[in-house]
Design a protein around this ligand. Structure first.
Ligand SMILES: Cc1cc2nc3c(=O)[nH]c(=O)nc-3n(C[C@H](O)[C@H](O)[C@H](O)COP(=O)(O)O)c2cc1C
Length: 198
């Protein structure tokens, strides 16, 4: 396994622009302090009124088994809604996803009864997620954020012991990856308007 002294560290703009979502990981373990560094980067995200709305739930090794039932429950529920029996393939895929990267981080948030605060907290969580993804890329690690029924419909809530006020925001897959990726973005000029005159 690589040691801390061998770790890359890309500059911010390079890390932002070369970050890509990857889905194929090798199972090389990521030392806990490396993950902690990424969580710390996430923690420095902007958050209005310093609500620190994010909660990080880190699953590694056999700990990932805890996620399987939640992800399978989401798949089962989706099949039932269509009046179908869930297939073994779908259940196996759900299990495999939980073990597809050596580190799986579920980000949950503390909501708020005031809509605007709730919205800001949710936005801050995604700022934190992006920080983590970019920091991971700067350190040579692959990642991708995902949502889906098991997050959006809170199937994962019981695994995390979420209270009424909390809800899941995203699942981050993290690990070393050799997957080839292709950047896809339209030119930013298409989405920009400049106002330079009164
Ligand atoms: C809010 C949000 C939800 C996402 N959910 C999923 C998901 O459920 N499954 C998935 O494969 N990718 C998901 N992604 C990743 C995007 O598909 C990915 O960022 C996009 O294709 C652009 O590719 P890039 O990340 O390589 O630039 C999500 C991204 C965001 C911001």
């Amino acid at each position: 396994m690589a040691t801390t002294t061998e770790r890359p560290l890309a500059d911010a703009l390079t890390a932002i622009k070369t970050r890509r979502s990857v889905k194929e990981y090798n199972q090389t373990e990521i030392p806990r302090e490396w993950i902690e560094e990424l969580l710390d980067a996430a923690h420095w995200a902007p958050n209005h009124k310093l609500t620190h709305p994010w909660r990080f739930h880190v699953f590694t090794g056999e700990g990932r088994e805890r996620l399987v039932a939640a992800r399978q429950a989401a798949v089962r529920s989706a099949a039932e809604r269509k009046g179908e029996q869930v297939s073994e393939d779908a259940l196996n895929f759900a299990r495999a996803k939980c073990f597809s990267s050596p580190v799986v981080i579920i980000v949950s948030m503390v909501g708020d009864e005031k809509k605007i605060v709730d919205q800001e907290n949710y936005a801050a969580c995604w700022c934190a997620i992006e920080n983590l993804l970019v920091a991971a890329n700067a350190r040579g690690l692959g990642s991708y954020p995902s949502t889906g029924d098991w997050i959006d419909q809170n199937f994962v809530g019981p695994v995390l012991g979420l209270t009424e006020k909390e809800r899941p925001v995203a699942c981050i897959f993290l690990g070393y990856s050799e997957q080839k990726t292709m950047a896809k973005r339209l030119p930013v000029e298409r989405h920009t308007t400049w106002y330079t005159e009164p």
